[in-house]
Design a binder for this molecule. Sequence first.
Ligand code: NAD
Length: 467
Amino acid sequence: MDQYGMLIDGRLVQTAERDDVINPALGAPFASCPRATQAHVDEAVAAAARAFKTWRQDEGFRRQKLNECAAAIQGRAQEIATLLSQEQGKPVTAAMAEVFGAAMWIQYYAALPIEPEIIHDDAEKQIKVVRKPLGVVAAITPWNFPAILLAWKLAPAFLAGNTVVAKPSPFTPLTSLMVGDILKDVLPRGVLNVLGGGGEVGAILAQHPLVRKISFTGSVATGKKIAAYAADDLKRTTLELGGNDPAIVLDDVDPARVADGLFWGAFQNSGQICSAIKRLYVHEKVYEPIVSALVARARSVKVGNGLDPDTQLGPINNQMQLEKVIGMVDAARQSGARVEVGGARLDSPGYFYPPTIVTGAHAGMTLVDEEQFGTALPIIKYRDLEDALEQANRTHYGLGASVWTSNSERGESIVQEIESGTGWVNHHLDLTPATPFGGCKWSGIGYENGKWGYHEFTEMQTVNRKK
Ligand code: NAD
């Protein structure tokens, strides 16, 4: 087994204690990850604090380094993607897209213009707003998109002049360790540090007195803990949390035209996307053809090991998540919902659960009320649009939402009635590096991407000069 090391102060560090990393397509360990101790966290944060002193000084140098990071990642894309597929489960083609996406995000920030904002300028005085780095940033990431979600944090944090200690998920730590290994030859020592370990290591990092900002992506439950840790020291936080995105299909759609978008909006990455479609509300006029079009797609999709080039959907990433999805579907079935397709784990050691469509679902079932984060989609029939909107908004979540219609302008006004950070019309999951992404209500605080994502890694200063 490869001995992946942690990156601390420009050096790869091994530990006596290691944790197995499971390949979800096999349901068995394929590698192991070092587990950081309190001393490793202290060392990494201290290295980042030292590096900050010089790293913050030269914006041109940081832009050049960002471009070099992107090129280094692209140069090793195949290797990173293969490892990503093994630890996460996704098809290797999707893993390649994720790795190239990570490089694209870094290039975007390498080129993002950042000018001070002049608020007032006359013969007497000038007032301007400048942005400064915060210092050491803790970047804590989940297991569904380990490569690109790390890039969403590193790129704007580095552009602003911060240094970073990253702590990936214990389910998918190896891609981040490999990226750390690659970038150690590009970045000055201490600018990036990558630690292994689970929630206990994340908790030590997030509460470290030298950390000034916690950029966190993960579950609502952990996000609330992070907010509590941050409170004591008034650390800055960005919290990108879970979602239970509704998609509302209006009565005027052509089912054949929207079926692909709906299916992949729900099932891409085996449904393990914070902003995937997780509840589908369909008008009764188009309900039957939409259900049969989605069932047909679910039947035809190829589920398998991500390393098999024919695979379209990989396994669920881990046993706990698999059991959660199974439990939600079984509970819905017991409460009278109908499983149209799927609904049973594949007979294999991997964590495979084929795309599952559940009709007759309603509020009160966990499959509708909570985030399933897996290959199961409840479909809810509606007659009255107001009622569908009321159901869509009856949740603590507020990440994404979409409206599907042959009249996109009508869709645009309807989607704005949904409480969500993003409102899509006639598609779902479309993201670009320039587009702010975040959630309202329990789905998060703050935004990533675009200039908004950069602002989150800065402190403002108003400079008021009498001439
Ligand atoms: P999680 O909250 O269990 O873990 C996320 C990270 O936090 C991991 O690195 C974990 O080790 C760490 N962690 C756990 N406990 C901690 C603690 N007490 N202190 C500090 N760190 C701790 O989430 P997960 O299961 O890995 O990810 C799935 C969740 O992430 C889903 O809810 C999904 O919707 C959400 N997510 C949100 C976004 C977004 O942008 N809004 C994107 C991807 C995933």
